[in-house]
Ligand binder design. Structure first.
Ligand SMILES: Nc1ncnc2c1ncn2[C@@H]1O[C@H](COP(=O)(O)OP(=O)(O)O)[C@@H](O)[C@H]1O
Ligand SMILES: [Mg+2]
Length: 232
């Protein structure tokens, strides 16, 4: 494992304390729902995808990984499987390479692509060098070996992936993981696109764990604000 430490910039970022509280409470609620939906798995392997790009898959998977890792004795590994438009590394101020493709292409060994973040519970695999055959690499034996090895070390493995209505990469992880979370963006994701994504996931026979509504303004309504304040 690489020694240098890196800090995620999402839940740690500067925002007004009230907003920060509401964002972190929303992620904690999603965390509870996720842990209850997979009670049987020793290592919960969860894919985050969405119909199209820009809907918040990377933002949500990074925030979920951070939120899961806040629990005592909960080891989390976040893997950037968007090998086309890698993003996770940016949240941690890292280059994307060396990462997953360097290992899958045989240039790096497994241990050398795992990076430790500032949070001792959270490790990270960035996407690696850009390659011409992302889907093939994600379905390779090397990927199976990686997941098999990592599931004995982590309580959660979170996979960030490309949009499922655009490329099939996310579906390559179907047989290796426990379930999928679909991220949709309020005011942006259209119903036919969501239905198309659900249909693709159903055809791949994966378990759909739930839908996360990203960018929702609902918490800003007065009644919600009041409820949250009462519990502070
Ligand atoms: N809830 C949100 N509030 C504000 N900006 C957001 C939110 N979710 C995502 N973004 C921004 O939208 C852009 C796309 O998000 P990203 O997570 O990269 O989407 P995807 O991985 O689905 O392509 C990024 O610039 C990100 O910072
Ligand atoms: Mg992304």
């Amino acid at each position: 494992m690489q020694k240098h430490h890196t800090r995620a910039s999402v839940l740690n970022m500067q925002m007004d304390p009230d907003m920060k509280f509401r964002v972190s409470e929303a992620y904690k609620t999603a965390r509870t729902n996720l842990s209850f939906s997979l009670v049987k798995s020793e290592c919960k392997k969860i894919v985050f995808t969405s119909p199209l790009s820009g809907e918040g898959k990377s933002t949500t998977s990074v925030n979920m990984a951070i939120t899961l890792a806040q629990q005592v004795n909960t080891k989390v590994l976040l893997i950037d499987c968007d090998l086309r438009k890698p993003k996770v590394n940016r949240f941690f101020n890292l280059q994307s390479s060396p990462g997953l493709t360097n290992y899958l292409g045989g240039m790096k060994n497994m241990e050398s692509i795992i990076r430790q973040t500032d949070d001792p519970n959270l490790s990270l695999i960035t996407s690696g060098v850009i390659v011409p055959n992302p889907s093939e690499l994600l379905s390779s034996d090397g990927m199976k070996r990686l997941v098999r090895e990592m599931e004995s070390k982590y309580d959660y493995i979170i996979f960030d992936t490309p949009p499922v209505n655009v490329v099939t990469d996310a579906l390559a992880l179907a047989g290796l993981t426990d379930g999928y979370v679909i991220v949709v963006k309020e005011g942006s994701t259209l119903k036919p696109e969501l239905l198309r994504a659900v249909t693709s996931l159903e055809h791949a026979k994966v378990k759909i764990l739930g839908i996360i509504l990203n960018g929702s303004k609902i918490e800003e309504k007065e009644d919600y604000k009041y409820r949250y304040e009462r519990y502070e």
